[in-house]
Design a protein around this ligand. Structure first.
Ligand code: SF4
Length: 288
């Protein structure tokens, strides 16, 4: 009888990717508050490698509009459902309460995509921003939204986020295969419309992952196209597949290449760039 070999979830991590795992008190406290207020974080749902570091530092990226997404991106660990429950009307106030209890000064709010809702959930985004800022004018809110355009986009911008983020995620050639229900050009339009509509107090941001099968030239083209929309902040990070059933890893990119992309992005006009293996779109967002 031959012994069945266990498939590794992903190729062995290279030496430059070391995720620190710990169980600091901050993490437990954040988790308890989130549970009590029935809130979700992208940190747990997306199996982020920086979870421990962020939670110990008492920061969290809140995920609104439920914990099931109407889309099914091939890289994403968030569960899929065609018609999730309606938005929780108590969510904006609960989230503001969590922010106050955790003493956060900078908050990142993202969501699943809700193609089943007429406004895509944009009114809930706006209400969350207003409720948080209602607690204290000095708290800054960054949003990472689905591909809103027109009134939906305007509704979110009018609520006054300090950063409006929409991720392109990958290069154009791979986009349709990986972000199945999304569109690369549509996402560029979102960024361009946001940069056009936003006032001076809101910066526009986007991000991509590498290691999905793209070439270095395609990464550079994508960085240039994002900059062409007027976006001022960029993140570039290493893709790590959440499981064997997700989009397979193509390569680990060396830190020196990330540094090259950072320098290149700064040279074409980005004001802030985070480009490194463990960078995620909301990683150290307050510092960016
Ligand atoms: S739209 Fe966002 S949350 Fe939904 S599957 Fe894609 S990456 Fe995940």
């Amino acid at each position: 009888m031959t012994e069945k070999k266990k498939q590794p979830t992903r190729p062995k991590l290279p030496p430059w990717i070391r995720v620190r795992v710990g169980t600091g008190t901050g993490r437990g406290e954040v988790a308890a508050i989130l549970k009590e207020l029935n809130l979700h974080t992208v940190c747990g749902s997306a199996e982020c490698p920086n979870l421990d570091e962020c939670w110990r530092g008492r920061t969290a990226t809140f995920m609104i509009l439920g914990d099931h997404c109407t889309r099914n991106c091939a890289f994403c660990a968030v569960p899929h459902a065609p018609a999730p429950p309606p938005p929780d009307p108590a969510e904006p106030a609960s989230l503001a309460e969590a922010v106050a209890r955790l003493g956060l000064k900078y908050v990142v709010v993202t969501s699943v995509t809700r193609d089943d809702l007429p406004d895509g959930g944009s009114a809930q985004f706006a209400e969350v921003i207003r409720k948080i800022r209602g607690r204290s004018e000095t708290i800054k809110v960054e949003v990472l939204t689905p591909d809103y355009l027109g009134d939906d986009l305007k509704r979110v911008l009018d609520a006054g986020p300090v950063v409006f983020n929409h991720n392109i995620e990958t290069v154009e050639r791979l986009s349709k295969k990986i972000r199945v229900q999304a569109d690369y050009r549509h996402s560029l339009r979102v960024l361009a419309e946001a940069a056009e509509a936003a006032d001076d107090s809101t910066a526009v941001k986007s991000g991509i992952m590498v290691g999905l099968g793209e070439t270095n030239e395609e990464v550079e083209t994508t960085i240039r196209e994002i900059r062409g929309t007027g976006a001022a902040i960029l993140t570039v990070g290493q893709y790590l597949p959440p499981s064997n059933s997700h989009w397979p890893l193509d390569r680990y990119v060396e830190p020196a290449k990330f540094a090259e992309w950072r320098d290149m992005a700064l040279s074409i006009g980005f004001e802030r760039v985070a480009s490194a293996p463990l960078v995620r779109s909301s990683y150290h967002a307050d510092e960016l």
